[in-house]
Write a protein that binds this ligand. Sequence first.
Ligand code: CUA
Length: 161
Amino acid sequence: MHIDRLERFWLGAVAAMLGSFMAALIASVVLFGVSLPSPSGRVDPTRLDATEFANPGLRSDGGSRYTLTVVGRMWRFDVGQRTGQPAELRVPAGSEITFVATSADVVHGFQVEDHNVNLMLIPGQISRKTAVFDQPGTYRILCHEYCGPGHHTMVAAVVVE
Ligand code: CUA
């Protein structure tokens, strides 16, 4: 069988490119801990008051561990604070926060600045992700999914002291 020189070159180039894509994918998973956010549970979005989302907010789990329950709704992150919007959650440096979140209405985004937390808040689905906050500072929580005219006001913050 005859394979042209140019044909051989492009076959090799395509194989090398696919190989480097696969290597980058494997490196992102193995070395950098990137994972697709998968739903960690289901909840009836019309009856959140009867679930763990009835009283959202920051809870201490003992030591430096916290759980933050969040309900995304148009257009704020409900973390149990009725006043002082946007909400600020204060934790000491070195804290580990597990975010447990869902949406009460439409699809919202949930991204924590400078940390590996990037979730979708989808009605009916519970999203969960843990992050460690070592450095003091203010880290905004942003909605990165367009959810209506108040989308840009949907913000909260983790303040590490
Ligand atoms: Cu919620 Cu954009």
